[in-house]
Design a protein around this ligand. Structure first.
Ligand SMILES: Nc1ncnc2c1ncn2[C@@H]1O[C@H](COP(=O)(O)OP(=O)(O)OP(=O)(O)O)[C@@H](O)[C@H]1O
Length: 210
């Protein structure tokens, strides 16, 4: 049997008696980029939260490298990086402190140099030790996105990564996604933005009749 990365089989989820998606099937391998599209309320975040292991409101099977997620949850979570659409940071802590926490939760410690490089990469040079509440919405979002560069992962699950990001920043994030996939990473994301990446893009549209 061929080794697949993430496989979703007949996934079904509903909210308040409304089917968000039913019989959803797809497979994602190394280098794949999949956009989950659809109107507000169609279930994009719900799907991403399920795939990030944060919600069990579903029926169907999710497999990672051919084995059920439920049988290897800890391993899967260790290889996954999920960035939700919220700020995802503690406002009273600095970017450096927030990222130290994120890294420590993954068992990564004493990596301030890597964190500083990540903050540099997302355009936050000079803001490393400033409390996050004093940063702009876009800068706070960039703190969260810096996790992409200090936490190793095989799979990125990104919910609206472009929210509050300026035009140049959008192009940078698109390049990061392409580079990550070029290196064998897998990306699953939602966005209402028309994605410009240098990789073939697959799109699944949720919504009426999906
Ligand atoms: N915590 C919750 N409690 C009750 N209903 C919820 C909850 N979270 C989501 N829903 C419902 O589930 C449906 C899908 O929501 P979801 O956030 O997945 O949509 P979405 O496609 O991500 O929307 P958007 O484009 O606005 O972000 C919506 O009808 C929403 O009202």
């Amino acid at each position: 049997m061929a080794d697949t990365g993430l496989e979703v089989r007949q996934l079904y989820s509903e909210r308040d008696d409304r089917v968000l998606f039913g019989d959803l099937c797809f497979t994602l391998n190394a280098g794949d980029v999949l956009q989950i599209a659809g109107p507000n309320g169609s279930g994009k975040t719900s799907l991403l939260r399920i795939l990030a292991g944060l919600s069990s409101r579903y029926q169907g099977d999710i497999l990672w490298h051919n084995n059920s997620l439920n049988q290897q949850r800890a391993d899967y979570l260790q290889q996954l990086l999920y960035i939700g659409h919220g700020a995802g940071i503690k406002a009273g802590l600095s970017p450096l402190e927030n990222l130290r926490w994120s890294c420590a939760l993954r068992g990564l410690q004493n990596n301030d140099n890597q964190i500083r490089e990540a903050l540099l990469k997302v355009g936050l040079r000079g803001f490393e030790e400033q409390a996050c509440y004093s940063l702009s919405a876009g800068q706070q979002r960039r703190v969260n996105l810096a996790r992409l560069f200090c936490i190793p992962a095989q799979l990125w699950i990104l919910d609206e990564p472009f929210t509050a990001i300026d035009q140049r920043g959008v192009a940078e994030i698109e390049a990061w996604i392409s580079d990550f996939a070029d290196g064998g990473g897998t990306v699953l994301l939602t966005t209402h933005h028309r994605l410009g990446i240098s990789r073939p893009l697959r799109v699944i549209e949720l919504g009426e009749g999906s």
